[in-house]
Design a protein around this ligand. Structure first.
Ligand code: DQA
Length: 148
């Protein structure tokens, strides 16, 4: 395995498939993670997938990635919109980071239009349902290839 990517999912994303399927779709998080893992292993990339509803666990996981992982694919859930602590954790480890959202947050309630994570991420992908993760993974791999 030549690269190791951390796939982080924040609060309520464990409820995908059950939660507001009209907004987030009917695919569960384990299904998304399985699909991503298959895609990753076809490219000789190792994935570690973690979901937590707790801000501190997400922060500890990002810190633990320092010096061990090569990049972060993150759907921060509602923490996207207000967690300065999560934003600071991402900028602390300085790992290539792609932010993903299933829904198009810019089309939704005004509180979702702001991402405090976006300024410390390399880019953001939003609005393509479960496919956002695959697009985000591809974007992250392109960043890592360029960095070589
Ligand atoms: C989300 C969008 C957020 O606004 C929301 O709080 C989520 C999911 C998305 O993937 O579309 O939990 O990050």
């Amino acid at each position: 395995m030549n690269k190791h990517i951390l796939v982080l999912n924040g609060p309520n994303l464990n409820m995908l498939g059950i939660r507001e399927p009209g907004v987030y779709g009917e695919v569960s998080l384990p299904q998304i993670e399985k699909h991503l893992s298959e895609l990753a292993s076809s490219q000789n990339v190792e994935l570690t997938c973690i979901q937590s509803n707790h801000e501190g666990v997400l922060i500890d996981t990002i810190h633990a990635a320092y010096g061990k992982m090569d990049g972060i694919l993150i759907n921060p859930g509602a923490f996207t919109h207000y967690s300065y602590a999560l934003r600071d954790a991402i900028s602390s480890v300085k790992l290539p980071t792609v932010e993903v959202h299933l829904s198009n947050i810019h089309q939704r309630e005004s509180f979702r239009h702001v991402s405090v994570i976006a300024p410390v991420a390399d880019g953001q992908i939003a609005g393509f349902g479960a496919h956002s993760y695959e697009l985000g993974f591809t974007a992250l791999m392109n960043i890592l290839k360029k960095a070589r």
